[in-house]
Design a protein around this ligand. Structure first.
Ligand SMILES: Cc1cc2nc3c(=O)[nH]c(=O)nc-3n(C[C@H](O)[C@H](O)[C@H](O)COP(=O)(O)OP(=O)(O)OC[C@H]3O[C@@H](n4cnc5c(N)ncnc54)[C@H](O)[C@@H]3O)c2cc1C
Length: 587
């Protein structure tokens, strides 16, 4: 079947903060840039980010990038690559000031500088006391950021393909990436987008779990496409469970609430975090707080009829502060918990939130992977940035506000790298003749399949298996069963059908294609988690409760073909400073 083709200098899949930051720099450099998004660009999940962007501006309390770097290395449970972490923390103030100059409406202090609040794991003087490092626009920081970047992209003539879904990567015999095959969601029209550089900025995949703070579109499409093209996925066992999702609804209550003075209570009215993290208390790292909540619940000190959640108390900070600094949180608790936080505590529970792993890259955003049986090398023409990438600055656990920072720093850096690489590579390589074959065959099979399984039912089963077998605490027997169960679900995914082809917006087809990607991520996560016999950051094994640096201070690489695992060393050497030595992680 003949498929239409368009050619660009750069194709970016994803219009969240990372994709738009990169697009802006590339368009401003005069390149022809296409950005694809499943939804209108400003509806990407970045828009939901609440709390802030981490940068050591020191506007309220003394701060510097060395302390920020230390907190990030410690927060990552020493799995983060220290070269990339140094690169990010040093650049943080600069990318925030850039945003300010783009017109981002940050909250302000009396003296006109950017408002900063406390966040979990952000400390002064190498872990001694909390610092105010999160640059915020009320509790709608992502909203302000995304709109600012979208407007700047409009100004610099970035070309948007709105409601277009990328289906697969195009990779030739040499392993080089030459673009993507994509589908217009409304019409099902398939097109080849050829590019000299292809950048994935497709965001996270916490939708593999039943209870998730993520948008429904966060289905790990970039990871699915990369995995199918033979690229391994790095550190997929590390998902972050955010301590405070609204009980029953999953919607996020930002850590900014605790940053503004809120704290957690168990059923006895006890501030239990004092026992788990005497120093940082409610502002300990997220994995620590989530495990504390899960333990309180497990040991019978949970709240409510079923004892299955805890309470977040905020009323003492007063209605005026809540309305000024946390207006979105106030709305969310009224709508989803039916609670006015100025009167009553908000019921919360740990909820899947962020994917630390992803497509392996170096700190220039170039994808780095072995090809066939060769050594690891830069994949020509292929880049990844944002939550879909594993740089790895977050290691085994991400600190709050370091993701928006990651989008900005590496979005800008990958653009610089692409501009440099394209100077050496002025012409597009010819496309393989079968570039669109796999996605076309998949679509044809989906549409003609009779007596198949329902996409929705198989999706529910996948999320249930992930939730029950790979949650906050991980148990050996449940993991072993989980590997088998998720493999069975993967077989069922191949046999799904679209029930209702009459829908104008073709959503059934999109959901089926998303499930193909989700199941790649789910399998990578389960298999990698079952293999890692230690507890580190977001991966807490009941049978191996300690971190084991002798055997497991390494990144995992999961290969979809054959479900094989390999490992590679953590880059412990920073760029210009001394490494932070390994230490037990206490808050
Ligand atoms: C509720 C919530 C609050 C958060 N708060 C904070 C915070 O305060 N501070 C912080 O640092 N981090 C926060 N995070 C994390 C942070 O917001 C995300 O990690 C980050 O925004 C992800 O940005 P991104 O650019 O990688 O992707 P996203 O913003 O998720 O965008 C992904 C883009 O990819 C597109 N896409 C995906 N698949 C395809 C496909 N197949 N074809 C075409 N397009 C595709 C989507 O349409 C979208 O445009 C929060 C996360 C959540 C869920």
């Amino acid at each position: 079947m003949a498929v239409a083709k368009r050619t660009f200098d750069v194709v970016i899949v994803g219009a969240g903060g990372s994709g738009m930051r990169a697009a802006l720099a590339l368009s401003e450099a005069g390149l022809k840039v296409a950005v694809l998004s499943k939804v209108f660009p400003t509806r990407s999940h970045t828009v939901a980010a609440q709390g802030g962007i981490a940068a050591s501006l020191g506007n309220i309390s003394e701060d510097n990038w060395h302390w920020h770097m230390y907190d990030t290395v410690k927060g990552s449970d020493y799995l983060g690559d220290q070269d990339a972490i140094e690169f990010m923390c040093r650049a943080a103030p600069e990318v925030v000031y850039e945003l300010e100059h783009f017109g981002m409406p940050f909250d302000r202090l009396e003296n006109g500088t950017i408002y900063q609040r406390s966040f979990g794991g952000h400390m002064q003087d190498y872990g001694k006391s909390p610092v105010q490092r999160a640059c915020a626009a009320a509790d709608r920081t992502g909203h302000a950021l995304l709109h600012t970047l979208y407007q700047k992209n409009m100004q610099s003539n970035t070309i948007f393909f709105v409601e277009w879904m990328a289906l697969d990567l195009i990779r030739d015999e040499d392993g080089d990436v030459l673009g993507v095959v994509a589908m217009e969601i409304e019409t099902s029209e398939v097109m080849v987008l050829q590019a000299r550089a292809t950048l994935f900025a497709t965001g996270g995949a916490a939708r593999i779990f039943q209870a998730s703070t993520n948008a429904y579109i966060n289905t790990g499409d970039g990871l699915g496409m990369a995995a199918r093209a033979g690229i391994p996925l790095e550190d997929m066992e590390f998902f972050q469970f955010h301590p405070t999702g609204v009980y029953g609804a999953g919607v996020l209550i930002s850590e900014g609430v605790r940053g503004e003075g809120g704290y957690l209570l168990n059923k006895d009215g006890e501030r239990f975090m004092l026992r788990y993290a005497p120093n940082a208390q409610d502002l300990a790292s997220r994995d620590v707080v989530s495990r504390a909540i899960a333990t309180e619940i497990k040991e019978g000190r949970g709240c409510g009829k079923h004892g299955d959640h805890v309470l977040l108390k905020v009323d003492h900070i007063g209605d005026a502060v809540i309305r000024q600094r946390l207006p979105g949180i106030r709305d969310i608790s009224l709508k989803f918990a039916h609670v006015d936080p100025a009167q009553d505590p908000i019921p919360v529970v740990p909820t899947a939130h962020y994917m630390m792993g992803g497509i392996p890259t170096n700190y220039h955003g170039q994808v780095v992977a072995p090809y066939k049986t060769g050594p690891e090398e830069v994949v020509q023409g292929f880049y990844a940035v944002g939550e879909c990438a594993c740089v790895s600055v977050h290691g085994a656990n991400r600190l709050g506000c370091n993701s928006l920072l990651d989008l900005l720093v590496f979005g800008r850096e990958v653009a610089r790298q692409i501009i440099e690489d394209l100077q050496r590579n002025p012409h597009p390589k010819p496309l393989p003749h079968d570039a669109a074959e796999r996605p076309l065959a998949r679509l044809a099979r989906l549409k003609s399949q009779k007596n198949g399984e329902s996409v929705a039912e198989v999706g529910v089963e996948m999320r249930r298996v992930m939730q029950n077998h790979c949650g906050v605490f991980r148990f050996p027997d449940l993991l072993a069963q989980g590997v088998e169960k998720i493999r069975t679900v993967a077989e069922r995914v191949k046999n799904t059908m679209i029930n209702d082809q009459s829908k104008v917006f073709n959503t059934a087809c999109v959901e089926a294609l998303e499930l193909d990607n989700l199941i790649e991520v789910a399998q990578a996560t389960m298999v990698s988690a079952a293999a890692r016999q230690e507890s580190r950051g977001g991966h807490a094994r009941d049978d191996y409760p300690e971190r084991d640096d002798d055997h497991w201070l390494k990144h995992s690489l999961y290969f979809s073909q054959g479900q094989k695992l390999d490992y590679k060393p953590v880059r412990l050497k920073p760029l210009t400073v001394e490494s932070f030595p390994l230490k037990a992680r206490v808050y």
